[in-house]
Write a protein that binds this ligand. Structure first.
Ligand code: MG
Length: 362
């Protein structure tokens, strides 16, 4: 036995460790009674959203750009008690919470829940207004990352982010380069509210769910060579694109509802909205999804027709596409659209920009 009370014996060290572990467990299991439990980060399906995606900060941004950071910060503090208007990602975040609620009812012990992290390069001073706004709308966002002017991208991996949504295209490109699924989200031009009881997610095919290998062939050799190529490769699955992981997550959650006999009441619905034509190039996409073991609820092949009118009928909470003209067409007809700056379409866009600036100089 140790004589010096400051030097506990082996038994004492062991007891201390046990009590420390008990304290840790008790702390980890502490949950407020009236608030839904936040999933543990290692199991959560993490969706990181920027403050400008979640809220409409247009007025504040104008102050920042025209009058500088000090005026911006003091404006935000002065308006701290005023909730911010909803932004483009708001209905999507709200719908994720609807899915979480249903999941908690169905599988009370599951940790496989969506967790929204507010990821912003705003200063901590703005935090009070963001927290007040989140509480005003009753959103369940517990994790915040405020980086005071520095890019938050380096934290995305640490938060084990499955999807990053931002209003800033440069940050989205940065995140994609880090291997994180990311998209620039846009407010629709008209306000058509998506259905509140079901999360609807619409994906483009090439360069979104799939790689851009087929799109490269269209761009370089034209449609006829593309059709021949797809026919010859119908049994070769396409490589995966940046949003495959998100479809996988949606499928995992859907399966939980299916297993409990709730296929028809499942609160998630997924759509493939592609410019491919079904007869000449559709089979390869469906076979690719099958080879991945993934299901899509509705597959819509448009054979080059505009996507906007169809999306207007679907009213998704988010529609992902790699081509800006599809995003513009969707936005015009009231769809919340998110641009995935991935693949050959971006290269040709950059090339066009380069030649435009070259010709303007000559
Ligand atoms: Mg595409």
């Amino acid at each position: 036995m140790s004589v010096d009370p400051a030097q506990p014996d082996a038994q004492g060290v062991k007891e201390e460790a046990v009590s420390w572990k008990e304290d840790q467990e008790r702390y980890e299991n502490l949950q407020p009674k009236n608030k839904p439990r936040t999933p543990k980060p290692e199991h959560a399906l993490t969706i990181a959203v920027s403050s400008r995606a979640l809220f409409d900060l247009d007025v504040e941004r104008q102050i920042f750009e025209e009058e500088g950071v000090e005026k911006y910060v003091s404006y935000q503090i002065e308006h701290e008690e005023e909730p911010l208007p909803k932004g483009a990602a708001f209905p999507f975040v709200e719908a994720l919470e609807v899915v979480n609620e249903r999941l908690r009812e169905l599988c009370p012990d599951t940790d496989d829940l969506f967790d929204v992290v507010l990821m912003t390069n705003n200063h901590a001073q703005i935090g009070v207004r963001l927290i007040n706004s989140i509480n005003y709308y009753g959103l369940n966002i517990e994790r915040f990352c405020m980086t005071g002017g520095k890019s938050p991208i380096r934290y995305l991996k640490a938060y084990q982010t499955n999807l990053y949504l931002s209003a800033d295209g440069f940050k989205v490109e940065e995140a994609l380069k880090e291997g994180i699924a990311a998209a620039t989200i846009f407010k629709p031009m008209s306000n058509s509210q998506p259905k509140s009881t079901e999360l609807r997610v619409a994906f483009d095919g090439d360069a979104v769910l799939f790689s851009d290998e087929s799109e490269e062939i269209v761009k370089e050799h034209g449609l006829d060579v593309f059709f021949e190529h797809e026919k010859a490769n119908v049994d070769n699955p396409l490589a995966q694109g940046p949003m495959k992981g998100l479809l996988e997550i949606m499928g995992r959650i859907q399966k939980k509802f299916h297993e409990q006999g709730e296929r028809l009441e499942c609160p998630i619905r997924t759509y493939l909205v592609t410019a491919r034509s079904a007869a000449s190039s559709g089979a390869r996409t469906l076979k690719t999804l099958r080879s991945w073991g993934l299901e899509i609820d509705e597959a819509l092949f448009l054979a080059g027709a505009p996507k906007g009118p169809l999306l207007e009928r679907i009213r998704p909470h988010i529609f992902f596409d790699d081509q800006m003209f599809h995003i513009e067409g969707a936005k015009e007809l009231g769809t919340i659209a998110a641009h995935v700056p991935f693949g050959i379409a971006q290269k040709s866009k950059k090339k066009k920009k380069k030649s435009a600036s070259f010709s303007s100089k000559t």
